[in-house]
Design a protein around this ligand. Sequence first.
Ligand code: PLP
Length: 389
Amino acid sequence: MTRIYDEDLTGGMATRAIHAGQRPDPVSGAIMTPLYLTSTYVQESIGVNKGYEYARGKNPTRQALERNVATLEGGTHGFAFSSGMGCLDSIMKLFRAGDHIVCGENVYGGTFRLFDRILRHFGLSFTYVDTDDPQRVADAMTPSTRALLVETPTNPLMRLTDLAAMSDIAKRHQALLIVDNTFATPIFQRPLETGADIVWHSSTKYLNGHSDMIGGIAVTSNEELATRLQFILNAAGAVPGPFDAWLCLRGTKTLAIRMKAHDANGREVAGWLATRLGHERVLYAGLESHPQHALAARQMSGFGGMISIELGTRERVKTMLDRVRLFSLAESLGGVESLISHPASMTHASVEADRRAELGITEGLVRLSVGVEDAADLLGDLEQALHGL
Ligand code: PLP
């Protein structure tokens, strides 16, 4: 019997998530990709090897993950890193002193911190713009702009960026479009198919899905970029260990079913919160009251489990966060368990207070990563936590 492998894998996303990039182990037939715990590979003779020389450059467990996520994103090459930030730092090594980057103003705080506190001192310059409005992005492009970086939906304000419009602007200026797809995942949004050159993730989040590793991954279909990214990956060496790659690969097998469950719970919790607190206080792209709901419905096939709410004051936030029992107060997102956080003092503490205020990351903002528990239990927990507020 001939089994289906990558070269003829044409199925839907759930099928790809389970099978892409993986073959039974050639030694034993083990259906699960083995953990290749090795730093080096024995060579038959000088220059004669099985395609593996040293594990910083390539590791078969890591490669299975890279091929799996590349297939899910509709790309051809994947590059796994030891964290999302390590991944972005390596992507940024594609550029050189004097290059200018246009970046969405409401990106993850750590992205801003990497650019503002480190890469700026290496001669890269950055302009931060509100990417809701393509005209503002076009106005920020200069002759030395080499890349346009966006995150959509954004963390934590759930604002959307029109990826097709960004791709047009980037192409007109011969700049790369680089998209952080951590929140939507390839299950709901496929940036490469809308013209992005590189899509990347904190694989710590939904790709892994079980809050048990830290990782990052970048995908491209551009051969030249792929060659340069592989060179950077090997030369700079921010690679994950095989066990973290293996944990992530185990996570991606259930990505499609998990995202459906996050989406169903996200819609239910957001709808309930909108009734409880008022639509204007709930930020979720799946709500018709979201100012960019039409774009979300066009660009995404689901809205996932990330929701932010505005409670008005830090005191109310503290009361709610002290009361939750099923939601856990913690940084991070995208795991099967529900988390809750206070962006101003947690994920976005590295953004100056004035800047946070300008962006709308207020002291009263709470971010929820809705997990895949029973929706009724989540609503019960939120009801008791919000009682009297
Ligand atoms: N991008 C987004 C949207 C994130 O939320 C995060 C982390 O929270 C990162 C990137 C950074 O990834 P990591 O924490 O894996 O370094």
